[in-house]
Design a protein around this ligand. Sequence first.
Ligand code: PHE
Ligand code: ZN
Length: 884
Amino acid sequence: MDIAHTPASPEGNPEMADAASQPKQPQLILRSDYKPFPWLLPDVSLDFKLSLEKTRVSSRLEVQRNPNAVPSPVLELNGDGITPLEVLIDGEVVNSWVLEDDKLLISLSGEAHAVEVVTEINPSTNSQLMGLYASNGMLCTQCEAEGFRRITFFPDRPDVLSTYSVRMSGDSVQFPVLLANGNCVASGRHQDGTHWAEWHDPWPKPSYLFALVAGDLVARKDQFTTMSGKNVELAIWVREGDLERTEHAMESLKRAMKWDEEAFGREYDLDLFNVVAVSDFNMGAMENKGLNIFNTKYVLAEPDTATDGDYDAIEGVIGHEYFHNWSGNRITCRDWFQLSLKEGFTVLRDQLFSQDMGSAPVKRIEDVRVLRSIQFPEDSGPLAHPIRPDSFREISNFYTSTIYNKGAEVIRMMRTMAGEERFRKGTDLYFDRHDGEAATCEDFVQSIEDGAGLDLTQFRLWYSQAGTPKVTVRQEQDGTTTRLHLTQSVPPTPGQMDKKPMPIPLALALFDRQTEEHRGEELIVLNEAEQSFEFSDYDAAPIISLNRGFSSPISIERNVPREDLVFLAARDDDPFARYEAMQDLVVSHLVSALRGVLSDADRADGQEAILKAFSAILEDSALDDLMRGELLILPSPAYLSEQLETSNPQAIHEERERLKAWLGTQCAGQFEALHQRASGGAYSRDAAARGLRKLKAQALIYLAAGCPEKAAKMAAAQYHSADNMTDRQSALIALAGLDVPEREEVLDAFYKRYQGDALAIDKWFSIQAQSLHPKAIEHVKALAKHPDFTLKNPNRVRSLYMAFAANPHAFHAADGEGYRMIADCILALDPINPQTAARFVPPLGRWRRIEPGRAALMRAELERIADAKQLSRDTFEQVSRSLG
Ligand code: PHE
Ligand code: ZN
């Protein structure tokens, strides 16, 4: 390619500058097209002249030909919305470059060159929050996946690893704190009131892990001594008033560092570890090397503002980002198709960490609940994709529950099959073999195979096949032999009509009906389409507890007699299986009711069985309260609708509410007593006290459904006497759903108490948007006009509209008003923040699984979005796949 002709500077060619703002024709990118980059960039130097409106970025790239790639005479650098002000090769200003689409193409003749490019950006107008942006007067970056190209021209792909030296200078009043990756190596002041700092990160990294922060921040500081005795300075940076709220995050960080040493043998590798909290952030947090950037939601906590759930989430996310230092940073991804290599593995690591820090069974149940209510629907809808996708148009759309949560489940299955010790040998080998590399999912599987001594040939299908496998179970008793006849099928998903059987590890236990005991847990692996397993010496058909601990991420179809489920719900020694039996009991009842195949007598029987299991849970003195609270949670509407080919979400909601109300009335006395027992103790974060708060919340939920007046009084009293956010929130959730005078009063009290506290006000928005109140739609419309509402802050947008889209009775209003509101939100948000806008498409994309009347309305809204001019690549891709 000859590109060394007419120079195209932005001034010289106005069309060029325009091209950047034109809607891009979204191109399909294929995994099979991977090619190594023709150039190596061992060293990168960046110089930032910081200012909110105009930041000047000068980059210097040392480039060398990559001996392992097809050579090219051109250096192709990605850009997005930027233009080069100046290009230098080996110190000389050159014109031998062109800007083609968003790419800067520079002709290079030799083996190695120094390439310098100058750009200018405006952080204060960067509402996408990708690249360098301003948030509350501070500057920060977000580069994953493709944000670095909005800062400077660069081969913005994860397999180009460089060491970075960063120099930045800026106003010392506006930006007293200057941070980047690695270690601060020098700093100083200029005469003109500006100051500067130089940072160096010795570890080669891809551009998506670059980070810079400049602002008026204060830090909680601490230290950690690593297993080999090295001292690490820890700092969590926040805005002035937020310092007291960082203690839990800091404690979580130290626990995470220790845990990773013990559980995975991973030691931290820099002298500094910085965490910065920002209130404008598209995601939860980001693992930039040595400089994690967090959504404030996952850093700030004190009892008055954060719920028990928030505390747990902070511990989990702090752990997650820290664990990325090895699973993601030391070993990164070759290309974005391998995203689950770092995300699936790191989610598993954070799940195991949280299991070890608190109640392992409760954590496991929570993780499975998320999987089933978010990932299962994704896997059965138009956006289904394998954990290692084959194609995408916009990578931001692939930060999904499938990549993260199913990715974690797939690795967890390997761990289950290998056992903990052998799995550790596999991960040790992986870290050893691929340290410093940009690796693939295949590299990971191969390491586990070699290190743990497993044959994963067939197991690799879990990486390439989408869809939740369905396993059917038939139990047969032949004399004293018990046979389990199992079948498996993986449903068709977009682009994948035929699937092969996969290995499905099933942990099981057979309970003897006489002794009510089992002979120990076993692991069987179903790897054919149809397979039978035999168990001998059972006088009578045993009660089978299957997929214990949720050993495989599958759905199971099986007719278990109600009494057996009641037995397992009360007696299974695997807490997850116990929860599962309870869920099965409720799911089978509600699904029969929804299918209209329930006679009055059947309904009564079903309810009685549930009541019996419920009472056993309420009364069981051997249960801890956290677990008790967990067992009382009814299956989510999303999971219920997964059980039906097509459904009417409002009908599901009503049927579920009806059962709740019935249980609330039947167990009113028990719930009141429970609430009483759980009230009054002093606030503490220990498991017992948290268990009690969870019980209070559950008691209010059931009583609000069954005895609303009584519940309203209890909730108002709970609210007013509460000394913590968990109790305030659970009281408010109950009241928000009721048409009672206390509702308004407590909502106002909450608002006044927390006015100006963004995270607490987010809760105020989302509690109303997700409420059971019949007028929720009107409330949401009014809230959208509230002075505190803004489309510019992702947390606030999500707190209103994500909560609303998850509110089945309101979002699925029969006249389509809820769908219209979400579509309007997407259209208004798309020009501001496409990444966040696109995340509202999946709820509308579920139309194929919804009854025809509503489905047509949902489709119509998707079409209305598709017809809009200037749609972002993000939203375009999600809408077209959803209609497809
Ligand atoms: N990599 C981040 C994580 O999972 C998530 C993220 C993706 C954050 C993209 C920002 C942008 O830890
Ligand atoms: Zn992650």
